[in-house]
Design a protein around this ligand. Structure first.
Ligand SMILES: NC(=O)c1ccc[n+]([C@@H]2O[C@H](COP(=O)([O-])OP(=O)(O)OC[C@H]3O[C@@H](n4cnc5c(N)ncnc54)[C@H](OP(=O)(O)O)[C@@H]3O)[C@@H](O)[C@H]2O)c1
Length: 246
């Protein structure tokens, strides 16, 4: 028995395409109702319809994660579904190619930060209130290898993207600490999905969106305690179900 089931409501930002859609399908396949959130109304509606065809109870909602007022309207629109107990925060954009720090325009910096970092905070602020109050939830934020302080994260370039994801890592760590590392019934984690074939990752990426989403679905379905009653590791960065250094 996992965390997911017919009494679970999952909200997936960026659920209209790519890794978010693959995660929504995996989570919905385990019985949860899934609210699929994307910016483009027709795309998010089509994605939810595709999931419904696959037997998932999916509800579309259009909102811009960079705009708290837009998220508040979305929360009202899906209030009838019930408060989410799983958040998958996948909405994100890549930085423009020429974004070494010194070549990044303030507009480009703001565009990427507002979606990739502010958007994660706004989504949590809007949708995580009940799961914190109820002491039962899973919050999974899409980070990236490029946001790490180790390995591939340290190569320079794509400044707003890398730094937004490093910020997501810090937000996850901070929020997890506030949840007392799982002791309050809420697991908060970051995921590095690897390089995946999506609109962002491109057609030549080595992994499918489903492969990239596998660890997200596993994290969403984890019990908060192991067989001995110990709280499972949380507040960390995961890649292929393994903890990797920040
Ligand atoms: N693909 C990779 O190789 C890879 C690697 C590491 C990390 N990641 C991370 O994984 C996440 C998903 O990436 P992906 O490859 O699935 O990207 P994708 O295929 O480009 O899809 C991006 C999703 O985010 C949504 N989105 C973008 N801006 C939004 C906004 N302002 N408000 C609401 N939704 C918004 C899009 O909705 P619309 O269609 O409505 O715009 C779409 O559903 C991102 O955070 C990305 O940084 C991806």
């Amino acid at each position: 028995m996992g965390f997911l089931g017919s009494d679970t409501v999952a909200l997936v930002t960026g659920g209209s395409r790519g890794l978010g859609l693959a995660a929504a399908r995996g989570i919905g396949g385990r019985g949860a109702r899934v609210i699929v959130l994307g910016r483009d109304h027709s795309r998010v509606t089509a994605a939810a319809a595709e999931l419904v065809d696959d037997g998932v109870e999916a509800i579309p909602v259009a909102a811009d994660v960079a705009d708290p007022a837009s998220l508040a309207r979305a929360a009202d629109a899906v209030a009838h579904v019930g408060p989410p107990n799983v958040l998958v925060l996948s909405a994100g954009v890549m930085a423009a190619k020429m974004t070494r720090t010194i070549r990044t325009s303030p507009d480009e910096w703001q565009r990427v930060m507002s979606i990739n970092l502010d958007g994660v905070f706004y989504s949590i602020e809007t949708f995580a209130q009940d799961l914190v109050k109820n002491r039962s939830g899973r919050v999974i934020a899409l980070s990236a290898c490029l946001g790490r302080f180790t390995g591939p994260g340290t190569s320079g370039g794509l400044a707003p993207y890398r730094i937004s994801k490093a910020g997501v890592n810090a937000l996850v760590r901070n929020f997890a600490a506030e949840m007392q590392w799982g002791q309050r019934g809420v697991l908060v984690d970051a995921v590095c999905p690897g390089h995946c074939r999506t609109d962002m990752g491109g057609p030549d990426a080595p992994r499918s969106a489903e492969e990239g989403a596998e660890t997200i679905v596993w994290l969403a379905d984890r019990e908060a305690t192991d067989d001995e009653g110990n709280v499972v590791p949380t507040g960390v960065l995961w890649e292929d179900r393994q903890i990797v250094p920040w």
